[in-house]
Write a protein that binds this ligand. Sequence first.
Ligand code: MSP
Length: 648
Amino acid sequence: MKEKYYITTPIYYPSGNWHLGHCYTTVICDAIARFKRMDGFDVFFLTGTDEHGVKIEKRAAEHNTTPKAFVDGLVDNIKDLWKVLGISYDKFIRTTDDYHVEAVQKMFKRLYDQGDIYKAEYEGNYCTPCESFWTESQLVDGKCPDCGRPVEKAKEESYFFRLSKYQDKLIELYNKNPEFISPKSRMNEMINNFIKPGLQDLCVSRTSFKWGIPVTFDDKHVIYVWVDALTNYITALGYEGKDDSLFKKYWPANLHMVGKEIVRFHTIIWPAILMALGIEMPQKVYGHGWLLIGGDKMSKSKGNVVDPFVLSERYGVDAVRYFLLREVPFGSDGVYTNEALITRTNADLANDLGNLVSRTTAMITQYFGGVVPAHDAKEDIDDELIGLCKDALAKVRSHIDNLLVPEALVEIFRLVQRANKYIDETMPWVLAKDESKKARLGTVLYNLAETIRYSAVLLSPFMPTTAQKIFDSLQLGALPADFESIKEFGGLAVGGNVVKGNALFPRLDMKKELAELEKLAEAQAKAKEQPKQEVVEEQPKAEITIDDFAKVELATAKVLTCEKVAKSDKLLKLTLDVAGKERTVVSGIAQHYTPEYMVGKTVVIVKNLKPVKLRGILSEGMILCASNGKDVVFVTPEKEIESGSGVN
Ligand code: MSP
């Protein structure tokens, strides 16, 4: 029977503003999950979304919609992102899923009944963006130690979790499992900053907002979002649900991969909750570093395009995956710049890998009519390359086991670089001039093709699209599901065909690309400013005269066509007929009307509004809507009337 391997990403806040940094944790987990599957493990890879809390409640209100409707659109968007990036998760959990809500409620009640949760009044320093209470000693310069923003004094009647009770048990856990918190530096950070100053009981309910999981026995309270969120790792497996077979099979988690800023929640609060529930500990929490963009965790952009959709479309998903997996020394911070992405893509992917594949397939085509030659004219010089291939899997495996992801890639690219050097050393074009060297030429080209096959199999967990393209060049069909095929050097069938495909990674012109990316970044920054116009804000307005009003030209218009604006959950693009003339209007009503519903309707527009570009589309006018702050309905004439009729 296969050994199980349960790996999790944190569940994401549905922000909608995804940048490359967000993809980091998930791409790394995906590469590890894929590697483990190929290496014979029964893998369960979990990801999802963390959808409750005051931030979501506020943002939904700003968008005149309900929190659930608001998060639904964003969740679709993150699923699209994971699809583009080829994330092979086995389950996607949403904290708004019924089974999760019920299980969290049961768990909370259980902890209350057994005395691990109690009710009391709490006064503390609350950081709204982080949804965290902090003690005086934890504040840094009077501000939130996580995000550096100001905190507010807050007082609430709350339920508390007896975290302090678990202080000694946590120390015991760390001592018994020195790798429970990795890398080691994060373990020291947790002990010195949080455990040593003494753990205080944790406030685990809120009454100041509604968007959370209600406490079943006291419905003024909703459960603290971190308790709700952390529990996803077991509710996703059916814990406290109708069928807990996955829980029995996969728990404890082998690896919780998290960003360094949330290690505290995963290594103090989460194990303490599990201890209280009598559940086994996860084996490891790994706190990775950040991808810094413009010197900051969250980007101010600084001319860098950080939209993973845009970058994947422009350079291919594997250029993005490779950058994320290779560039950041694992455990530390790394820096994203457009230059770094282009340099990596050109140097490693276009020059080293792409060239090796195209040179080898071109030579087999030229000298052997595209047929893989025999390899019986071996020479000593071949040994190093063959030896590297034979040892590669064990080395890559050891790096993955030690969570040294960039090192695993370095190991694979060692094969690629050695193979390129082997071409220079053996000079097949010289061998080709001498008919008596034909067998030797065949052996050299075979060794190269076989090294390429090894590289593709090893690369497949990290860059699945590219690995498949290489397999296509070697006419080998689908990528293998395991590593069996690279146990013996010589597995590539003699007599098989190869084809010279398109370049795997076309060489990028640095200057041209930087200029293009700069333009894209500017366009994105502008587009980000636009949505503010979609928010209906109520402000007392100054009185106007009839002459002021007369400046506004209102008219009826008939909707001819209507579609959603790509990558926006709020905007619809409408083509309108206004007295026989067509015009385009972009309107922020997508969360209230479907495109199909709008076609054929008569609306009222501000006809002489200065045109403005929204998401790159020129919007010539505005559709009038009535709104009570929650619902939005468009205004329409009481009876049929020609389009273009004046409204005054
Ligand atoms: N919802 C919480 C996690 C709850 S888990 C029970 C959360 N969500 S998040 O959306 O803010 O972050 C999700 C992951 O993205 C975290 O691991 C976080 O560290 C990671 N990243 C977000 N920006 C990042 C970078 N710039 N660089 C690397 N990873 C970062 O935290």
